[in-house]
Design a protein around this ligand. Structure first.
Ligand code: S3P
Length: 443
């Protein structure tokens, strides 16, 4: 099914993906990337030793650990467990070099929140993709709290942050639905005097809120706003990070599009701000059963069972407004899945996709057009016509892990082999095991 391509310019980084019959078996996935970043950062601010099991294997989370170490935090790693020795919020040290968030927007934006409350100057940069992504959105509230945040002339990284403690508490309404902006302000709020409140246009993933509560912060939230009390000391914890539902999504989509598939994914995070993808697939007629089992790290965890059944080709997906933010990382995958099933899809209000690890609107439209789909690019989304089967084609990951895995999921049910340039290595940003795991369940 999978092979390293031998006939392309970029041999080592291209994957050839041929159609398969179905996916069968059982998977357990490494810890959720969003939760792992936050758990490592919050454990660094807590007092005492935190043990974080099933920590994400993503390169993005390794970048977070490297940055925390550069700030003087001791982090030991043994297989999938990390041990963080936190000394409290006041004990981070001035780093001797520029911090490198690599490809990770979450590392850069959340760390900016922590650095805003540290009375020293830090510079944080990233790779060629990250230094083109917008940072004013995080600089603005942190400046309102009293930190100095300098950006480059395009309002991008490198960020040069001179923090202060205590910061001012603020009442902030985020102009964009972004868990990264909200989380940066909540982390800064730990070093502020009084109560900081963040309101959002639409509720985004609430992992920071749940973890802060686990580590002993005084925090309250509902669908509209979060309030956190500054100056409260956090306590270390031992946690098991739930499996990453956004990584599970690629396997779920592939299984749902191949009749006869029977796939179980165990120990997956089922936070309601992250499960809209499952509801959307069910609306297309997918046979998905979710068993919620327990709480881990303050997060619901359970199993997802997908059986491949013929789906409703006549169904139309129309995504806009509030649902965009809760599907944000799965929107390209939904387009590839809709195209595989031959159904129509319209996406609006998703301009944020243009400032992810790649321009995900352009990347989705380019790849699906290559596979023979009729898809029109819009400023804030796309319009995909109902159509026939996708054809294997020469595709590009656009240096973006989620585009690589979306292409792979669609290539498994296309006719003919696809070559996906840049797909072999880019998956490591969130799931280095992707290709190996796919081999274990592909038939
Ligand atoms: C993330 C939030 C989202 C998401 C990203 C991870 C997080 O970004 O796309 O993959 O961990 O907070 P935005 O906050 O920019 O929407």
């Amino acid at each position: 099914m999978l092979a390293n391509a031998r006939d392309t310019d970029d041999i080592d980084d291209t994957m050839a993906v041929s159609p398969i019959r179905r996916l069968r078996g059982e998977l357990r996935l490494p810890g959720d990337k969003s939760i792992s970043h936050r758990a490592a950062m919050i454990a660094s601010l807590a007092r005492g030793q935190s043990i974080l099991e099933n920590f994400s294997t993503a390169q993005d989370c390794a970048a977070t650990i490297d940055c925390l170490r550069a700030l003087g935090v001791r982090v030991a790693q043994s297989e999938s467990t990390i041990i963080v020795e936190g000394n409290g919020i006041a004990e981070l040290q001035t780093p001797s070099q520029t911090l490198d968030a690599q490809n990770s927007g979450t590392t850069m934006r959340l760390l900016a929140g922590i650095l805003a409350g540290q009375p020293f100057t830090t510079t944080i940069t990233g790779d060629l993709s990250l230094v083109t992504r917008p940072m004013r959105r995080v600089a603005e509230p942190l400046r309102m709290m009293g930190a100095e945040v300098e950006l480059d002339a395009r309002d991008c990284a490198p960020l040069r942050i001179t923090g202060r403690r205590p910061l001012h508490s603020i009442n902030y309404q985020t102009p964009i639905a972004s868990a990264q902006i909200k989380s940066a302000v909540l982390l800064a709020a730990l070093a502020a005097e009084g109560i900081t409140t963040v309101a959002e246009p639409v509720q985004t993933r609430d992992h920071t809120e749940r973890l802060l509560r686990e580590f002993g912060a005084q925090i309250e939230w509902d669908e509209k706003a979060v309030s956190v009390q500054g100056g409260v000391e956090l306590q270390s914890r031992q946690l098991v990070i739930p499996g990453d539902i956004s990584s599970a999504a690629f396997f779920i989509a592939a299984a749902a599009s191949l009749p006869g598939s029977d796939l179980v994914i165990r120990e997956v995070g089922l936070n309601p701000t992250r499960t809209h993808f499952l509801a959307t697939l069910k609306a297309l007629g997918a046979d998905i059963n979710v068993t919620e089992e327990r709480l881990e790290a303050g997060e619901p965890v359970g199993s997802i069972h997908v059986r491949g059944v013929p789906l409703k080709e006549t169904t139309r997906l129309d995504i806009s407004g509030a649902s965009v933010s809760n599907l944000i990382d799965e929107l390209p995958l939904l387009a590839f899945l809709s195209a595989s099933l031959g159904c129509e899809m319209t996406l609006r209000d998703a301009g944020e996709l243009r400032v992810k690890e790649s321009d995900r609107i352009a990347a989705t439209v380019a790849n699906l057009s290559s596979m023979g789909a009729a898809i029109d690019e819009r400023v804030d989304g796309w319009r995909l016509e109902a159509g026939g089967k996708l054809q294997g084609a020469y595709l590009s990951a656009f240096n973006d892990h989620r585009i690589a895995m979306s292409c792979a999921a669609a290539a498994l049910s296309a006719s003919g082999t696809s070559q996906i340039a840049g797909a072999r290595n880019s998956v490591a940003v969130s799931l280095p095991e992707f290709w190996r795991l796919l081999e274990t369940v592909a038939e």
